[in-house]
Design a protein around this ligand. Structure first.
Ligand code: 3HC
Length: 699
């Protein structure tokens, strides 16, 4: 840590320039807020200063409060920077580049003027870490731009681009940003002598009737079990009925309810876990990574198309090749349709679609992709098919090209066997729909070169994904940690729990849909064929007679109008079906399984403890690097409720010892599938935290 001051003050041509310099993102870490206060006081005391500028050094303005300091005791601050800026006798101009988020925007709102460079973003994203803007943002923003847009920004936490911020009235001017400091000084000179514009002096914001109740209703489903979004609404509501000082007091009260609540702890944990997952400590720090500028995708099916879209969406030219011209044409049409739906929904503009679509270049022959820096194979999930493609890629691709396979389970090394450059081969496991889901598992084969692993992790981030390391094993990390969840889900039905009860337990827990409804949506036939294949390979494989029987009777899910549930024509709402109850009872009787009632807690624990146990085995085998990586995978690959932090974070809430004891008891009762992990036992015995578990290779 350098000794340089985190806030600098200098006087340039009568303007006091306050520069926050606290890398990497100028969060309001130790000394920053006090530094701003001192600088504002200095500017006010100096007769040579007529106005001031508040700006950030480096890549950004101020990214908000220092999240690492939440939940810990903080020394009380005699005066907050928000108050010092607000009370300043001389005007202060906030000059925004990069991000003005949370406490960053709140400091800017406490200034009299705000200017921003094109491409800058502003926002109050506190809700995303389970709190609310506690630096006066809930009181100032509604007064400045009106209750409705302020409420929307605070409840969603979205980043607002500078141009929109100007239209909303959050920033007063867009400056070119070629020389931020000089332009900010020039702007500050132009406001000298103009009337002071303190937002705190404005009356409460007006709100149309029903605004807050409507917002509460509209978030009810998504925000169930959460408190922060509701406290955000209450705080903005206060800005419409209370004078400023009372509004601030109400904001503080609502903030304090949230800061140490389990929801905020879980969301803070998720924030840092999503950054930690990017690090692979055993890769040399000075490893030179090959530059990736051009990409190709082999296979224009749903997955290949989604992967190509991820490249195009993030500015990469990408070539798309398929085994047949018809397949390629169908794939391209699907991509066009997907983009058109996004335009219709308003998630992208027509101009964005027109920019992205031409980045995807269809080509007819595999030779046409030879000069690409990376190729991702996304063909049928069968080893011989993949090996054939890799042999052809090996023959045509330039020697330095990285060869990636999008497999969800096949041994990367067997695929690499088909090439003479196994060191250039790695796995890139995308999750469907590939252009939407954030998770990318980067699979290291035993012969994958470190540069290839590092470059693939980096590539994932460049195309908007959260890249996570996975070792080469059946199902890799994410799917492998979920296999036992899926198994228990089906076994409990044999034993007497009904699909709708299990689904309700998981929806109440926070999943957007229950696992059986999800099965119906994705189709029961896919896993049916996987089970048949596995049984052919291993006669001891545990079959699932109930879903097998459903598929064999034509119930393949939504697409056939029936699966675990029944569906009315044109309606995707699952309807409980007595026919399924009858079939379950019939199969249980045939198998001699005695049925019994289940409590909701037993259902939840059977599903999630099974996965906690497997997650521990994956870590102890060095296949996942950290428990927190698995949490990130569950949040971004499987829809695990974010405000519960992730599988292992949630498990810590119950405690490793209690989980171990339960698993040991189920091991006695149900046999080998519940064999407890040695790592879980060690953590239970030592009283440690599951979420802190690390692979042996990191210790
Ligand atoms: N506090 C502490 N550390 C932070 C931070 C913050 N507010 N914001 C970012 N960081 C750290 C990250 O952990 C990361 O550290 P690492 O290099 O050790 O992993 C580093 O800064 C760079 O961050 P990113 O990797 O996320 O960089 P990006 O360029 O991808 O994104 C960003 C930049 C958009 C600013 C993103 O970091 C972000 O969204 N940060 C959080 C913003 C936020 O939530 N602000 C509100 C805080 S709460 C608040 O202000 C309360 C107030 O109302 C009182």
């Amino acid at each position: 840590m350098s000794d340089a001051p985190v806030v600098r003050f200098e006087v340039v041509e009568g303007i006091g320039v306050i520069t926050v310099d606290y890398p990497p993102v100028n969060a309001l870490g130790p000394g920053v807020s006090d530094g701003i206060v001192a600088a504002v006081d200095q500017g006010n005391a100096d007769p040579a200063v007529q106005a001031m500028v508040l700006m950030g050094a480096g890549r950004t303005f101020i990214a908000g409060a220092d999240i690492r300091r939440f939940g810990k005791p903080r020394p009380p601050s005699p005066r907050r920077s928000y108050d010092a800026l607000d009370e300043s006798a001389k005007p202060v101009v906030a000059a925004i580049h990069g991000y003005a988020l949370g406490g960053g925007l709140e400091n800017a709102l406490s200034c009299q003027w705000r200017i921003a460079v094109p491409g800058a973003k502003v926002g109050l994203p506190e809700v995303l870490i389970g709190i609310l803007p506690g630096g006066g943002g809930t009181q100032r923003l509604p007064r400045l731009i009106g209750a409705k847009p302020a409420l929307e920004m605070i409840v969603t936490g979205r980043h607002v681009p500078a141009e929109e911020a100007k239209a909303l009235g959050i920033v007063d001017a867009i400056i070119p940003g070629k020389d931020l400091r000089a332009e900010a000084i020039a702007f500050a000179k132009s406001v000298i002598g103009k009337p002071m514009r303190r937002i705190s002096a404005m009356p409460p914001a007006a709100a149309e009737p029903g605004l807050f109740d409507d917002m509460r209703k509209s978030i009810a489903r998504k925000a169930r079990n959460q408190k922060a979004p509701y406290n955000c609404i209450a705080a903005v509501e206060a800005a419409t009925r209370l004078p400023f000082p009372e509004g601030l007091a109400e904001e503080k009260r609502l903030f304090q309810e949230l800061e140490n609540a389990p929801e905020a702890q879980a969301l803070r944990y998720a924030f840092f876990a999503e950054r930690e997952i990017a690090r692979i400590p055993f890769l040399p720090k000075d490893l030179a990574l090959p530059e990736i500028r051009t990409a190709a995708v082999v296979g224009a099916g749903t997955m290949g198309g989604g992967i190509a879209m991820s490249f195009a969406d993030n500015g990469f030219p990408v070539k798309l090749v398929d085994a047949s011209p018809e397949g390629l044409a169908r794939g391209l049409q699907r991509i066009r349709d997907n983009y058109a739906v996004s335009v219709k929904r308003g998630s992208i503009t027509q101009a964005q679609m027109d920019e992205r679509l031409p980045r995807i270049q269809p080509v007819e022959r595999i030779e046409d992709i030879a000069d690409c820096d990376v190729v991702i194979e996304a063909v049928f999930e069968q080893l011989p098919v993949k090996q054939e493609i890799f042999a052809r890629l090996d023959a045509v691709m330039k020697p330095e090209a990285i060869l990636l396979t999008n497999t969800s389970a096949i041994d990367i090394d067997r695929i690499a066997d088909a090439t003479k450059r196994p060191q250039m081969v790695a796995g890139a496991h995308f999750f469907a729909p590939a252009n939407v889901m954030k998770l990318l598992e980067v699979v290291e084969g035993p012969r994958t070169a470190p540069e290839v692993l590092g470059a693939t992790m980096k590539l994932g981030r460049a195309i908007g994904k959260i890249s996570g390391y996975a070792g080469n094993c059946d199902g890799f990390v994410a799917n492998r940690s979920r296999i036992f969840f899926t198994l228990e889900q089906n076994i409990m039905v044999e034993e007497g729990a009904l699909p709708e009860q299990i689904d309700k337990v998981m929806v109440d827990f926070g999943y957007p849909m229950g696992p059986f409804a999800v099965n119906d949506m994705s189709g029961l036939d896919v896993s049916y064929f996987t089970r048949k294949r596995r049984l052919a390979e291993d006669p001891n494989y545990r079959t699932l007679p109930i879903p097998d029987r459903l598929v064999e009777s034509g119930r393949k899910g939504q697409k056939t109008g029936a699966g675990w549930y029944r569906y009315e024509k044109g309606d995707r709402t699952p309807q409980v079906d007595p026919e399924v109850h009858r079939l379950i009872k019939e199969v249980a009787a045939e198998q001699g399984i005695e049925q019994r009632p289940f409590t909701d807690e037993e259902i939840l624990h059977r599903l999630l403890f099974a996965s906690v146990n497997e997650a521990c085995k994956i870590i102890e085998e060095d296949k996942a690097l950290r428990a927190s990586d698995i949490d990130v995978m569950w949040l971004n690959g499987f829809g695990f409720p974010r405000y519960r932090g992730g599988l292992m974070f949630w498990a810590d809430g119950i405690g490793a010892e209690a989980i171990y004891n339960q698993i040991a008891a189920w091991h006695q009762r149900y046999g080998d599938r519940w064999r407890p992990s040695a790592l879980l036992r060690r953590i239970a015995e030592s009283g440690g935290k599951l979420r802190e578990a690390k692979a042996p290779r990191l210790q």
